[in-house]
Ligand binder design. Sequence first.
Ligand SMILES: NC(=O)c1ccc[n+]([C@@H]2O[C@H](COP(=O)([O-])OP(=O)(O)OC[C@H]3O[C@@H](n4cnc5c(N)ncnc54)[C@H](O)[C@@H]3O)[C@@H](O)[C@H]2O)c1
Length: 429
Amino acid sequence: MSATREPIGVIGTGYVGLVTAAGFAELGSDVWCVDIDAAKIERLRRGEVPIYEPGLEELLARNAARLHFSTDLAGALEHARLLFVAVGTPPTHSGDADLTAVNAVVDEMPGSERHALVMKSTVPCGTGATIQRVLRERGKQAMAYVSCPEFLKEGSAVNDFRHPDRVVVGDTGGWAGDAVVELYAPLSAALVRTDVASAEMIKLASNAFLATKISFINEIANVCEETGADVIEVGRGVGLDDRIGSKFLQAGIGYGGSCFTKDVSALKLLAANSGYHFQLLNAVTEVNELQKRRVVSKLQRHIGDLAGKRVGLLGLAFKPETDDMRGASSLVLAARLLAEGAVVSAYDPVAEQEARELMPELCYCDSAFETVNDADAVVLVTEWKELRELDWSKVAPLMRGDLVIDGRNALDPQAIRAAGLTYEGIGRR
Ligand SMILES: NC(=O)c1ccc[n+]([C@@H]2O[C@H](COP(=O)([O-])OP(=O)(O)OC[C@H]3O[C@@H](n4cnc5c(N)ncnc54)[C@H](O)[C@@H]3O)[C@@H](O)[C@H]2O)c1
């Protein structure tokens, strides 16, 4: 790759910032990464990767010479015109997006005409306009502003950077938007060049739609359970319709993660704050919360009162191939089981350390087999490959009971039944 590519700054070295930094470094840019977390920056300087994301370690190592890590913005400001912002925007207590970190970055901006803020963090529609107004009020209006929302998926983020479905660039048509478009050009992705507000809304609407699809198929699964249909067959038949598509039509115990819940809530409240009642998203959220809890009633239906019963949770991360526990369905499920008096053993191939911090009360195990030992029931929570491929003939003799709840419809019911166990999926016959 050419070494003459535009150098960039990346502020925030979390899941989005690190992948963006490593991805652009691979394309030939020098990347100046900044984070307020000094321990994280120290680890990155030593060549350690603070998160689990397949392929990221190799990508960072391969491009180490082009990646510069600091807690100080000065290097990024000196070397780069484009400053990508990838700091967190978690929900506040009220459910709105918390823009404290974004605002802290804006406060540090020099406002020179040489620089542009490129917003990768997911922010409510209108944030770009507010930031530009604030910059104007501070006499820093010369600084350009671009919205460039991120769509990567944890677990396949490196591949998503290289092969994005689309690149969205929202600006007023100046040099900075052109420079961002140029940076992404080698990826040959579909480009949506639009205004800032529309770019911001594309991100929120995309996540809200995906969450809606999940809650929709989960409700269909629940109706399947009442009517004898099989949601796997239904999802396949529905998904083959080109207008609908097959992705995100897999029923399960609800979506988690750092993005869907907060972005659905942020969009709902953004609408409410603007005077519009976004009814559909209320239902999407409620269905998802109830879905996480349905496993508890399934357990009770099969094994009665859960007090003193041992339940093994297989997988804890919010999805496979990540160590991210933010918003994981396992958090709600485990809390409900503990509240019912169950003893909860748990295993996750990667996320144990993160899970221990959030749920110290669980009995953590080193393997799936240890987790099922003496269990009255086991629940597949996260469909890691090693859990999908578990040898159920070895599981059965270890368990005290015989119930297997497949919270992701990812297991083979025949293999489980052949091992003498009782299989129950979500909306499956
Ligand atoms: N994680 C995803 O899958 C994903 C996907 C698309 C979009 N997003 C959005 O991207 C943004 C970042 O998400 P993430 O998951 O990477 O977050 P993260 O929590 O993993 O990382 C955020 C980083 O920003 C740092 N930070 C906070 N304040 C800072 C400041 N003032 N200066 C410098 N660094 C600062 C934190 O220390 C942390 O390292 C969010 O708005 C999120 O909604 C996330």
